[in-house]
Design a binder for this molecule. Structure first.
Ligand SMILES: NC(=O)c1ccc[n+]([C@@H]2O[C@H](COP(=O)([O-])OP(=O)(O)OC[C@H]3O[C@@H](n4cnc5c(N)ncnc54)[C@H](OP(=O)(O)O)[C@@H]3O)[C@@H](O)[C@H]2O)c1
Length: 172
């Protein structure tokens, strides 16, 4: 099982201006294409409720797993979370269940709360970080707690003249 984290970052390291700010408004079409292609390869995407709300519907062609309270604020789960699997599992338990279901890869799709929870649990093997040529100055960082994780840069790729994809593996 390979667990990868996938995120688009501003050049100053933010993933959003605030919890309701969608990446759709500021990321490149090349990043969106890479995200779709790579997460469809994985077949399963994991995200938090705030991120899911910015998307508003399940990502097609992938099993969608959303971290949300059993009865999320903002509406009955049957309405806003129709078509997704809601979980409160700890990361290791979720990865084990997905492995038992036959998945070989899992895409961790944010936001900061979910990225941090999976990184802290020590289950992330790889990171795909797209750097976009924009600055926010303040906002939501990739992670929201102190971490000590060493990475190996595996590859860099220009997705376009302005957008760079960094692929890291986590040194364990
Ligand atoms: N640039 C990018 O690539 C990228 C990617 C993804 C997201 N984002 C952005 O990141 C922002 C959202 O990040 P975020 O950190 O605010 O939120 P988030 O990680 O998307 O979601 C946090 C939510 O997940 C729920 N949750 C977390 N752990 C849980 C658990 N164990 N059990 C049940 N529910 C759990 C929390 O519910 P409770 O607090 O009620 O417990 C909270 O509502 C958005 O602006 C989004 O657009 C950017």
């Amino acid at each position: 099982m390979t667990v990868f984290l996938i995120a688009a970052l501003t050049a100053d390291g933010f993933i959003a201006r605030g919890p309701a700010h969608t990446p759709m408004s500021w990321t490149s079409k090349e990043d969106k294409q890479f995200f779709t292609q790579r997460t469809k390869e994985a077949r399963v995407v994991v995200m938090g409720l705030n991120t899911y709300k910015t998307i508003g519907k399940p990502l097609s062609g992938r099993q969608n797993i959303v971290y949300a309270p059993a009865s999320p604020a903002g509406g009955p789960s049957g309405t806003i979370l129709e078509g997704v699997q809601v979980t409160q599992d700890d990361p290791k338990t979720l990865i084990l269940k997905l492995s038992e279901e036959g998945f070989q890869e899992v895409a961790i799709c944010g936001g900061a709360t979910i990225y941090t929870m999976f990184m802290e649990a020590g289950v992330v093997d790889k990171l795909y970080l797209t750097l976009e040529p924009i600055l926010f100055g303040s906002g939501i960082h990739l992670f929201n707690k102190e971490l000590q994780v060493n990475l190996k840069l595996e590859s860099t790729k220009n997705l376009s003249e302005t957008t760079i994809l960094l692929e890291y593996s986590v040194l364990k």
